[in-house]
Design a protein around this ligand. Structure first.
Ligand code: GSH
Length: 224
């Protein structure tokens, strides 16, 4: 049994949970972080001195940093499926995971906070406009990649889709201007047909802080 510490609505927890679901691995998720608290407890800090989620325990192994956790799950349990079975394919998937962390994720998460996690009266149009603009280039790059192949790193769903999918899912729900991205939208439609994506990524999270915290608490224990 694999244990994951982290509330289900955390952007960095969703890829780990989706990977577990796609791989059909038995797991237990523990609600920690956000309004659940618990990340400052000595017991949790022993697992992860950063006090961040997700944190995974698989037997003797304690692991944090979401993309490292996804890579571990795919290497150990997903050879030939989420982990491409050739070296070049693996390297390409890895490249897109790095791209996700360094290029797509920072403006995405800042924009998500500027809108969903900020009271409507406190939202700053200039910040929202700046972040919307910052996302244009990454979205265009991903659009070009998906114009040539059905999934981010090739012909099949891989660990690259696993980390990028949840960010795109939330980005597409934000009411902001975007460049035309029909390939990304078509890929996202395909992801939404996957049972594990529906369970671990496609749940309600609200449009403002009050709704966010309500759904956070309502989601306690879900997707275990
Ligand atoms: N680089 C880390 C970042 C982890 C992180 O910042 N997680 C956020 C949730 S997305 C967190 O722990 N927030 C504190 C909390 O939820 O209480 C990773 O990718 O796992």
């Amino acid at each position: 049994m694999i244990d994951v510490w982290g509330r289900r609505n955390a952007s960095n927890v969703m890829p780990v949970m989706w990977a577990l679901g796609e791989l059909g691995l038995a797991h237990s998720r523990h609600d920690v972080g956000g309004s659940f608290g618990g990340t400052d407890s000595p017991a949790f800090r022993q697992l992860n001195p950063n006090g961040r989620i997700p944190t995974l325990v698989d037997g003797e192994l304690v692991l944090y940093e979401s993309n490292a956790v996804v890579r571990y799950l795919c290497r150990r349990y997903g050879a030939g499926t989420l982990l491409p079975d050739d070296e070049a394919g693996c390297a390409r998937a890895d490249q897109w995971m790095e791209w996700h962390k360094t290029t797509l994720y920072p403006p995405y998460i800042d924009l998500f906070w500027a809108i969903v996690r900020t009271e409507p009266v406190l939202r700053d149009p200039a910040t929202i406009a700046r972040l919307t603009k910052a996302l244009r280039q990454p979205l265009s790059i991903l659009e070009a990649q998906l114009a040539e192949r059905p999934f981010v790193a090739g012909e099949r769903l891989t660990m690259a889709d696993i980390v990028i999918g949840p960010a795109i899912h939330r980005l597409l729900a934000l009411e902001v201007e975007r460049p035309p991205i029909p390939r990304i939208e078509a890929w996202h439609v395909g992801l939404q047909e996957r049972p594990a994506f529906r369970v671990h990524v496609m749940f309600p999270y609200g449009r403002n802080p009050a709704e966010w915290y309500r759904y956070e608490q309502e989601g306690a224990g879900e997707g275990r």
